[in-house]
Design a protein. Sequence first.
Length: 435
Amino acid sequence: LAEVGEYRCVAFLTSDLTMYRSDPSLILMLGFVDLVTNVVLRRGYRGDFTFSVRYRDHLEVSCELSEGDVHLESNDVADDVIHYRAEVMNVKYEVREVQYSCSADYGPDILFKSHKSKLYFINEPKLTVGSSNVLVGETAVISLTAEYIFRTPSVHWEVNGLTNLQFNDSDSGGMFTSVLQLKVTQDIQVEATVEHKDVDSDSLLTTVVKVVGVTGITGPEAAYLGDSCNLTCSVVTISDETMVTWYHQDEELIPHTTKHSNYLLLSVVVISNLTKEDFGIYECKAKSLDEKTSARTFNLTKTDNCKVPVIDEAILNTTVKTMSHLSKISAACGLEMFVLRCKNGAWDRSLTQCPGWKKNTWLIITSAIAAFVVILIVSFSIFFYKKRLKEVVSVNPPNTPMKSEQWTNNISGSAVINNSSADKSVLDNVISRES
């Protein structure tokens, strides 16, 4: 019966089709509303299951477990139904299955029991790495295992933010496995998100794989004949005992410097005054204590371009700067033009100074000194001439007629006339000449 209400019984006699009806009676629905079923729980998390029963006064509900303890909690009654949550506790770690059943006791002679069901416990998924330190260029293997009971879980991989990855999944006997294989050239951070379909929840697992060994060689893209250059080999290592060896054309080289700091080893080879034999393939090898070896190569190439020549002590009319494909340069020295052409990385001629530079330079300097001396002599001559002329004008009286008073004043200031009798005779002459 699914509903609560009044019910009666009806009987028919087959002989005369007589129908007999009973008096109506009230029937109350009791017992479990929803069935208690198998439940999957994640070990280490709060594990519980729920069920509902019809509520009546004096109702007592209990559950029994084959392993561990259970704690029941109920909420308010709604529509004569009460809901229970059963929290499972104290189950041993090695136990994977627990049988349980629940009962609803309404009083004397009214007891409802659920059928026996199971609680299944699954452990947290595991993420394992073949090696946390992998030689550069080799393959890192990351495996994920997850338990399940009814429905197979799924996994989502992410490596350094990349999600488009290839991996292999398999399952057997309630164990799901997913394997990711990557060829690594740098450190990687791996994230695996497991979707547990049995328990409707997710797990996030992370791990880091470190790359060790030779990670690269740095140096110039191209070099000039006669130049010097450095080649630097970078080695990631977890041991100070890692050995680094250089080779050029199968000939072993001795590095100039080797420094180790914070798991990074730098080995430097310096090549001075490059010749044609110095170009080619250079190899850097690193060997760890466990005899694992990694290596990288670098091709030092010779450029066919020419540098802008350095011309010392020259007077040039050129604005040419360094260019990647410089094939010709022109330099003007006076009225003469010189052209230098680049052939196989070298200029076809050298120009350290303009021809005739020293001769022309001394001629210009001598002429400048002579002109300065002439100008100096002329200046002094003009200065002394003007000074002498001024002294002559101040001694001789002017030739223009002057009045007696003005002449007298001029005479009184003269250095030649210095007595009164001379003044009088001169004055008489002036007066008679005016008259």
